[in-house]
Design a binder for this molecule. Structure first.
Ligand code: ATP
Ligand code: MG
Length: 791
């Protein structure tokens, strides 16, 4: 007999069960929205672990967003008592970051390399263009960013880019200069994370072999949106290729839906699915056809809509749930009236106990649409949360604070240097900075190092700034993250500056929030989080061969999602560096309203993979959705239609669609025609709240528009200056178990004797800051670094 079925596998339909329990080998799961793809993927991981076919360290799972990765981790820890922190579950960028941290030397990066977000990248490019007197009319910096990102997504270094004309030649030249600048400053952009990690695997046989052996099971969600480079990266991990054919017996499970491919503009290739089947010699393709998410009225709309696309791989979706509510359609006269209608409906839903606020989502095609919805919600006192869009970590004051923190980690980070050298103002003018940049370029050094060549008053001001950073750096020794940030906010003058600023209250609040973000990072991301104890050999995968000389035998799986441990020495990122990495990778999940029951606002792109009881899709107008940039050609229009398909299929119970006759966009009133997508929906599933052809909408208070636009988006969070004024005393707690505390003298195999300055975290997560006279101050993961106490 096969024994009792595992509780894990109950409630799966036969196709899902087959997918979850597939024997090792490559497989493709191709299925429509809401059919349980993600659930199958998560359940398979749990099943592999529970049946002992894999250890946590032997699994690599890639999802599309941080939110999705977190959800997967949460679900897994609900199913099984495992140490999920040891598992490699994350986004492509997150996993690449982790790998590069572990092998930074081989990858040619400094241990403390920093990640440039898109904004940083743009300012780095602008700086470069200025330096090299690039005509910004001919080569707009934004376009260069896209060009470079595009090259990297195709796996191309400057030398690999085919040069057809002078314009491309110049762009390639700038690409190369940009690369040099990043390398000099020790920073990488998102594309670079991916490309470096790929090259690391491609060019280092031992590293590649190590990970190939280690990850016996690779699982990829949202496979339809992988780009060429991501696919190539997966191939490196899966095994070696001969004549285009993968040789390894490993197991890669790719899960996707061609109808939900919505990232072509970022290089996503649906073709990867066909390539995968061919190159991996996939024997099994599983289709899931039962939708568990939505009532049939909603599903009928999705099916009818997507049927207008050509060249689909072909899937059906059915549901056993009844028709449910009709899909409601509303026409408004203005965008503001549309927002008022939405908010009214939302309040009724909440009042009538139809759904809690967090189960209500408002989706829009363009970020610019969120402003009017935000201000209407705000004025009505309805708590809401925005995903993406205005990200917490991208706000100017937060970026300033992060720049100071980054300088503490790496004073040669020129981007950060330039951001805050004269903020708050220190009498360092643009001309001085130009001179400084010239000097740095001539000497081939960082701005920080070039300061010593500057004379006069300008030189004195710059020297004072460098000294300030140095003092802040020293002050951070032995402090915990909260203490470091508190100290920095004071010493940098940021708090003082915003306190004197009439409109600074909001910004001070955000700085306060940064301290909170750090706090929750420390507790949530594993610094001190209770890891479920397992026998050690279960946490660490057995390595059949341990090429110690390559530094590959250490317990890499111990690292959490955003931190990493040097494979050779056990050296780990400082909590500060780990936090900065987190800030660069995290898509703004740390908003003030985090814990509150709030309505969810996001773009359709950001909603992929998520589900909500009630969904509103606004702005369904020609030119907006479908977007004008995409309407010209069939491919563009089809991608818009897939986007609409994604949007519709987020809804479980209720779906509301709306459009407006006029809309304020980019400071102009536009007169709009209803989206063609309405004509592609089945009439029987719809309910028109406003007469179908008429121009009458609901009450439209024009006079309120201007003030609504100006209204701030954030709610009433009192700022408490005291908590910034007196950063808490550094915690010097004694961590039980390892017998270390501040002051303990220790010995490390490579760094020699040193003295413990601070301890953070507990159990497997414990790390110590140790000062080694000959190697400086280092953070070490105690579970990996072999420290002995010197009597
Ligand atoms: P998307 O394409 O939008 O990412 P998906 O195919 O990944 O969707 P899931 O998110 O995994 O779908 O599942 C959709 C919903 O259906 C979830 O709430 C999930 O828990 C539920 N579900 C999936 N399979 C079953 C099942 N066999 N029984 C009950 N509920 C299920
Ligand atoms: Mg999914």
């Amino acid at each position: 007999g096969a024994g009792a079925p595992l509780p894990l596998l109950e409630h799966l339909n036969p196709e899902q069960l087959a997918a979850v329990t597939l024997p090792a080998g490559h497989a493709l799961i191709l299925a429509g929205a809401g059919s349980g793809k993600t659930r199958v993927l998560t359940t398979r991981i749990a099943w592999l672990l529970q049946t002992g076919q894999a250890s946590p360290g032997g699994i690599l799972a890639v999802t599309f967003t941080n939110k999705a990765a977190k959800e997967m981790v949460a679900r897994l820890s609900g199913m099984l008592p495992i140490n999920v922190r040891g598992m490699w579950i994350g986004t492509f960028h997150g996993l690449c970051n982790r790998m590069l941290r572990a092998h930074h030397k081989l990858a040619g990066l400094p241990a403390t390399f920093q990640i440039l977000d898109t904004q940083d990248q743009l300012s780095a490019i602008k700086r470069l263009c200025k330096q090299h007197k690039v005509d910004e009319e001919r080569f707009p910096p934004k376009q260069l960013v896209w060009f470079i990102a595009g090259c990297k997504e195709e796996g191309m270094r400057p030398k690999d880019v085919p040069v057809r004309d002078q314009e491309t030649e110049r762009k390639v030249e700038l690409y190369q200069l940009y690369e040099q600048q990043c390398q000099r400053e020790g920073v990488v952009d998102f594309g670079e994370l991916m490309l470096r990690s790929y090259e690391l695997l491609r060019d280092n046989d031992a590293v590649r072999a190590h990970y190939q052996r280690r990850f016996s099971h690779i699982l990829v969600d949202e496979f339809q949106d992988t780009n060429r480079l991501q696919y190539a990266w997966l191939k490196q991990l899966a095994g070696d290729t001969v004549d285009g054919q993968l040789q390894a017996p490993g197991s890669v499970i790719a899960v996707g839906d061609d109808d939900q491919s919505i990232y072509a503009f970022r290089g996503a290739r649906v073709g990867n699915m066909q390539d995968f089947v061919r190159e991996f010699g996939v024997q099994r393709t599983i289709k899931l056809e039962q939708n568990y998410r939505s009532y049939s009225n909603i599903l009928d709309c999705a099916n009818a809509l997507i049927d207008h696309n050509q060249g689909r791989l072909g899937k059906n979706l059915r549901t056993t749930q009844g028709p449910g509510e009709p899909v409601r359609i509303h026409e408004a006269q203005t965008d503001l009236a549309e927002a008022h209608w939405m908010v009214e409906e939302i309040r009724n839903l909440v009042k009538g106990d139809e759904a809690p606020r967090r189960e209500i989502a408002v989706l829009y095609r363009s970020n610019a649409q969120s402003r009017v919805i935000e201000s209407t919600l705000f004025n009505a006192g309805v708590p809401y949360r925005v995903y993406g869009g205005l990200r917490f970590f991208e706000r100017a004051e937060v970026k300033h604070a992060l720049a100071y923190l980054r300088l503490l980690e790496n004073p040669h980070d020129d981007t950060s240097f330039l951001r805050v050298v004269n903020f708050p103002p220190r009498g360092i003018g643009a001309r001085t900075l130009e001179q400084l940049q010239d000097a740095a370029r001539a000497a081939g050094c960082s701005l920080h190092d070039a300061v010593s060549t500057m004379t006069g008053r300008a030189g004195a001001n710059l020297t004072a700034f460098v000294a300030l950073v140095e003092v802040m750096h020293e002050g951070s020794q032995g402090q915990n993250l909260r203490g470091i940030i508190g100290q920095m906010l004071q010493a940098s003058g940021l708090v003082e500056h915003y306190r004197n600023d009439k409109e600074g209250a909001d910004r001070l609040e955000n700085l306060e929030e940064l301290v909170n973000a750090a706090e929750s990072f420390v507790t949530q991301e594993g610094f001190g989080r209770d890891a479920v104890a397992l026998p050690l050999d279960e946490q660490r995968p057995a390595l059949t061969q341990s090429p110690a000389s390559q530094g590959l035998d250490a317990s890499l799986p111990m690292a959490g999602p955003t931190e990493s441990i040097d494979a050779e020495t056990g050296e780990t990122l400082s909590p500060l560096a780990a936090f900065l990495t987190h800030a660069a990778l995290e898509a703004g999940d740390n908003q003030a309203q985090a814990g509150q029951d709030a309505v969810q606002l996001m773009t359709v792109h950001a909603s992929k993979g998520l589900e909500f009881d009630c969904v509103f899709i606004g702005g369904l107008e020609e030119g907006l959705f479908p977007h004008e940039n995409a309407m010209g050609e069939r491919a563009g229009l089809e991608e818009e239609r897939r986007l609409m398909y994604v949007a519709i299929t987020r809804a479980r119970k209720r779906l509301y669609l709306s459009h407006s006759q006029t809309r304020m966009l980019h400071g102009q009133t536009r007169y709009n025609v209803r989206s063609r997508f309405f004509d592609e929906l089945p009439e029987g599933a719809l309910k028109w709240l406003t007469p179908r052809q008429s121009g009458f909408g609901s009450f439209a208070p024009f006079s309120g528009a201007a003030s609504a636009y100006r209204a701030g988006a954030r709610g009433g969070f009192g700022y408490q200056p005291e908590s910034l004024a007196s950063p808490p005393v550094p915690q010097r707690k004694e961590a039980p178990g390892h017998g270390l505390r501040a002051g303990t003298a220790v010995f490390h195999n490579k760094f020699g004797e040193g003295k413990v300055l601070a301890i953070e975290g507990e159990g497997d997560d414990a790390r110590a800051q140790v000062n080694f006279p000959r190697h400086g101050t280092k953070w070490l993961a105690l579970a990996v670094a072999k420290l002995t106490i010197v009597e």
